[in-house]
Write a protein that binds this ligand. Sequence first.
Ligand code: ADP
Length: 271
Amino acid sequence: VHCLSRDFTVRGFFGRGNKILRAVDDVSFSVAEAEILGIVGETGSGKSTLAKMIAGIQQPSSGWVSLSGEIVASRDLKLAKPVRAKLQYIYQDPSASLDPRWTLKRSLHEPLVTHTDLSPQLREEKILKLMADLELPSALLDRYPHEVSGGQQRRVGLARVLLLAPKFVIFDEPTSGLDVLVQAAVLKLLRDLRQEFGLTYLFISHDITVVSSICDRVAVMHNGSIVEIGPVNEVLVNPKHPHTRALLAASLRIGGARLTDDPPAPRERET
Ligand code: ADP
């Protein structure tokens, strides 16, 4: 990811005209294969805009994103579907990725119908295997999203993405709104999937405890820029930037950031 910018035109108040807001400003970093990079920062710091530009959902006003050396997002770039499928964004709200009028079966077949030429039988086999991996009973297939739990909705949303065999998955607040037990189960699942499929994650969260328990490195965003980036056990233990210190202090006040002693995952090569 290199030098991304994103300008929004914000309508001015009290007749002062339009104003340009630079939501993400000259951000540059790389993520290694099978690494989990956390992005933290207060609301409005530019995390989601950055993630959506990487995923190709929003276009940067300048700069580029490359995956394994291939440019996958830049201004005016239209990508072929198979390339696009390698880089997936998982919305914060699981219902955003599931159509309420569709059964889970239809929601799970849809990405395979759109992106592959698999026969209905092969699609079904692939879906059932992945559901078993995600501990989703096959009996749920005939249900509608509102007929399953929030944790199950998230797993189905995840299954839709994994069916496309992505390399890089961006999670936007994947554990927000979940109770702690479900939160722990989702984090375990994400760790297991990284292990099994060698996936690389960008993990956006405002929860420093969650970030410290799953991420290898963390980037701290403030006003559209990355003010500090490094291994979780360095940045969150000995923060150098005053903004990181302020974030940590606030997090400690409302419940405590707990740091993990888990060793970081092995990193192989840059993607
Ligand atoms: P975060 O994910 O860290 O909360 P965002 O990326 O959502 O931050 O927002 C960064 C900044 O860009 C904020 O000031 C937000 O108000 C602004 N912004 C985001 N989306 C739009 C938009 N579509 N139009 C105008 N401003 C936007």
